[in-house]
Design a protein around this ligand. Structure first.
Ligand SMILES: Cc1cc2nc3c(=O)[nH]c(=O)nc-3n(C[C@H](O)[C@H](O)[C@H](O)COP(=O)(O)OP(=O)(O)OC[C@H]3O[C@@H](n4cnc5c(N)ncnc54)[C@H](O)[C@@H]3O)c2cc1C
Length: 389
């Protein structure tokens, strides 16, 4: 079949993608780019959950000893090429950056900057808190960042403008099945079926609200807090992502907050996780005040540039990592349900792995096989016969 005929055939494929987080949007983008007629259904708003509140850190080789290694490497490279295509005007703040690990003790109020005991040559000057054991763990060749909400929304805008993706705000209630084949989705509270040849379910930590998925595997949410600061002097903050072991003066185990300066001049800090019930409405996910205060104390300890008075607290928030029982994402066609695909469970690497997931799902749905990444380790079929909680 020549290229034109193949494209025409694929153009006839109607695909409904459910979920407007980074995974759903990446699937919609690559499916539409490959010629499918795509409708994306989102319950609340695009990137309203983890995909809008994540750090946006990307790493080429940090997952190298894990099953997601190939996915992560492919995705890191697709991020780079997407940025050349779509982020020329810094629409979503893609940039390579350095990454450092260090340990830090809580700074007591009015304490003057403590002398550091690490190799100070690699420390950026704005990091004037009591840092120890600083190591370089990523360079501009191997680590980068995006603003995750802007990335997700920019990608969708491009998919709408260039490839005709249709967006519907509505809640998917169930997948319409006939003879073991997906026929489309039914929206909650509406007498409406969106008909399709294939359905992609990318519902993040809400995946198991659909019995079709929860009877096979579990996706649970791990709630993580974050703050976004606007420092008075953003020019002083260099592109260094910081991975901390942070010791509070009250003792106890250290926590592992992460600090990401962004090209927008903001500084994003996340940490403090807890496994808890995921509320139905993504807009109802809020941070608990004690965790937010602790992240503010982390900011103060990292840099005098991030102390109260030197910064404006732009956002205090929380969101859920979508986690699976075996720690791996679930990407592939549902066993015994032809035309129903799932893409979820990306845990703490969904922003990194979104593009390769989307490109691989597009190939799987339209060509029957993914050549970009071997998806077999992530198949939902691995849960068949496995007893779950
Ligand atoms: C604090 C924090 C920091 C992070 N930092 C990073 C990072 O630096 N780098 C990185 O790679 N990853 C990071 N992650 C992980 C990343 O954010 C997630 O893996 C990713 O956002 C998951 O995307 P998703 O599309 O699967 O889910 P979500 O973003 O949760 O999107 C799911 C969407 O589905 C919608 N939905 C749910 N039910 C329905 C329904 N019935 N009908 C229609 N729509 C529905 C929801 O409204 C939501 O918009 C971080 C996560 C957290 C929590």
């Amino acid at each position: 079949m020549d290229d034109n005929k193949e494209k025409q055939k694929q153009q006839q494929q109607r695909v409904v993608v459910c979920g407007g987080g980074v995974i759903g949007v990446c699937c919609a983008y690559f499916l539409a780019k490959k010629g499918a007629a795509v409708t994306l259904v989102e319950k609340s708003s695009i990137a309203c959950a983890a995909s809008g509140k994540a750090g946006g850190f990307l790493a080429l080789d940090w997952c190298d000893r894990e099953p997601i290694s190939e996915l992560a490497r492919a995705s890191f490279n697709i991020h780079r090429s997407l940025a050349l295509e779509l982020d020329g005007t810094q629409a979503y703040g893609y940039r390579p950056l350095h990454a450092l690990s260090l340990s830090l003790t809580e700074k007591i109020q009015n304490q003057s900057p403590a002398p550091t005991t690490s190799s100070s040559s690699i420390l950026p000057t704005w990091l004037d808190g009591p840092a120890k054991d600083t190591k370089t763990i990523g360079t501009t060749e191997t680590t980068a960042q995006v603003h995750p909400q802007l990335f997700t929304r920019t990608l969708l805008s491009s998919a709408v403008a260039t490839h005709g993706v249709e967006v519907i705000i509505g809640e998917v209630d169930q997948v319409r099945l006939e003879g073991g084949q997906a026929q489309g989705v039914v929206l909650k509270g509406r007498d409406q079926v969106i008909k399709a040849d294939a359905v992609v379910l990318a519902l993040g930590p809400w995946s198991c609200r659909l019995p079709l998925l929860s009877t096979l595997f579990r996706v649970f949410g791990l709630k993580v807090h974050s703050i976004v600061l606007e420092p008075r002097n953003p020019a002083a903050i260099t592109p260094h992502a910081l991975f901390l072991s942070y010791y509070s003066v009250q003792g106890g185990k250290p926590i592992d907050p992460e600090v990401y300066p962004r090209p927008t001049g903001e500084v994003y800090i996340c940490g403090r996780s807890v496994e808890t019930e995921v509320p139905d409405d993504p807009e109802q996910v809020v941070g608990d005040p004690e965790s937010i205060k602790e992240l503010q104390r982390v900011a103060t300890s990292v840099s005098s540039q991030l102390e109260e008075g030197e910064t404006h607290l732009k956002a205090q928030q929380a969101c859920f990592l979508p986690c699976t029982d075996d720690g791996q994402p679930v990407i592939g066609e549902m066993p015994n349900v032809k035309g129903c695909y799932v893409a979820t469970g990306h845990s703490c690497w969904g922003i990194l792995n979104g593009p390769a997931t989307g490109a691989a799902v597009a190939e799987l749905v339209l060509d029957g096989l993914s050549s970009i990444v071997d998806l077999s380790p992530f198949s939902p079929a691995r849960f068949v016969g496995v007893r779950k909680q």
